[in-house]
Design a protein around this ligand. Structure first.
Ligand SMILES: [Zn+2]
Length: 259
C-alpha cells in the first residue's frame, strides 16, 4: 500500500457513517398513574407489580442534564426506593443473567418464555444478597436496591439516587445483541423502544393479556450482525497497529542505514 493513511481514514469514515442512527418517530407515551395499577394486579395474575415503592420518574426521557443521554430514549421505568429495599420477580421465569454490568451496578434479567418477554432489574446492590442464575418464581426475592456508591454511579453517569431501573422486552435475552444500541441490557436507545420490542412496563402490565406477542421479530442487530461492528473495529485497529509498526521499522532501518 503506497497511501495507507488516506485509505484507513476513508475506511473509518465509512464505519462511522454506517453507525449513525436517526431518531425514528415514536408513538406518544402515556404515563400510567399508580392508582390504575392498584387492584389491577391480583394474586391470580401471572405477574406482580408494583415490585415495591412504586414511582414513575419519567419513562422515555429525551435527555439528561449531563448530556450523556442526549437524543436517546429511556427504555424502562425508574422506581425510586431507599437502598436495601427488596426487589421481587415480576413473574415465573429463568434468571438468565445476574452480575455486575457497568452503569447498572448489579443487573438481573429474567426470561419469561410463557409470554415471550424478559424483565430487567438494574441498579441493584452488589454488596447485599442476590439471586444467581436459574429458575425463579413470581414474587421471589431476587435482590436489593443498591446504594449510590455501588449502583453504577460514575463520573460519566453522575451520582444516581438509589432506584430500580425496570424494563420489559419482547423475546428472550438471547434474541438481542450483546453490543450496540439494541444490546440486551441497554436502558437508553436512539431507536424507538417500542419498535425494537422494548415495552413500557406500566402499559405492559395493564395490557399484557391483550398485547400481541405474535408478529414480533428479534432486532436486526441479533444473530451474526452482533459480531459485525466489533469485528470491523478489530480489523481496523489491527491495520492501524500494523501500519504504525511498519513505519517505525522503516524509520529505524533508514536511521541505521544513515550511520
Ligand atoms: Zn432508568
Amino acid at each position: 500500500m503506497k497511501r495507507p493513511l488516506p485509505i484507513l481514514l476513508f475506511i473509518s469514515f465509512l464505519l462511522l457513517a454506517g453507525c449513525r442512527q436517526e431518531l425514528a418517530d415514536c408513538p406518544p407515551v402515556v404515563s400510567v398513574p399508580r392508582s390504575s395499577l392498584n387492584g389491577r394486579i391480583s394474586t391470580d395474575s401471572p405477574i406482580q407489580f408494583p415490585l415495591d415503592e412504586y414511582a414513575v420518574l419519567g419513562p422515555f426521557e429525551a435527555s439528561s442534564s449531563s448530556g450523556v443521554f442526549e437524543n436517546k430514549r429511556h427504555a424502562a421505568e425508574d422506581l425510586e426506593a431507599s437502598p436495601g429495599t427488596a426487589v421481587y420477580a415480576i413473574a415465573d421465569g429463568e434468571i438468565s443473567f445476574s452480575g455486575k454490568a457497568g452503569g447498572y451496578g448489579w443487573l438481573i434479567i429474567i426470561d419469561h418464555p410463557q409470554t415471550n418477554t424478559y424483565s430487567l432489574y438494574g441498579h441493584l446492590s452488589p454488596s447485599r444478597w442476590h439471586r444467581g442464575t436459574g429458575p425463579v418464581a413470581k414474587g421471589d426475592l431476587i435482590a436489593y436496591i443498591g446504594d449510590s456508591d455501588e449502583n453504577g454511579s460514575s463520573i460519566k453517569y453522575g451520582e444516581m439516587t438509589p432506584h430500580l431501573h425496570f424494563g420489559i422486552r419482547q423475546g428472550q435475552r438471547t434474541d438481542y445483541p450483546k453490543n450496540g444500541d439494541w444490546r440486551w441490557m441497554a436502558g437508553w436507545t436512539t431507536a424507538c423502544p417500542s419498535e425494537i420490542g422494548w415495552l413500557q412496563p406500566s402499559q405492559f402490565i395493564l395490557n399484557y393479556e391483550t398485547m400481541s406477542q405474535q408478529n414480533w421479530q428479534a432486532p436486526a442487530g441479533a444473530g451474526w450482525r452482533r459480531y459485525l461492528f466489533p469485528g470491523l473495529l478489530a480489523v481496523w485497529f489491527t491495520a492501524v497497529a500494523a501500519n504504525g509498526y511498519r513505519l517505525y521499522r522503516n524509520k529505524k532501518r533508514n536511521l541505521q542505514g544513515e550511520k
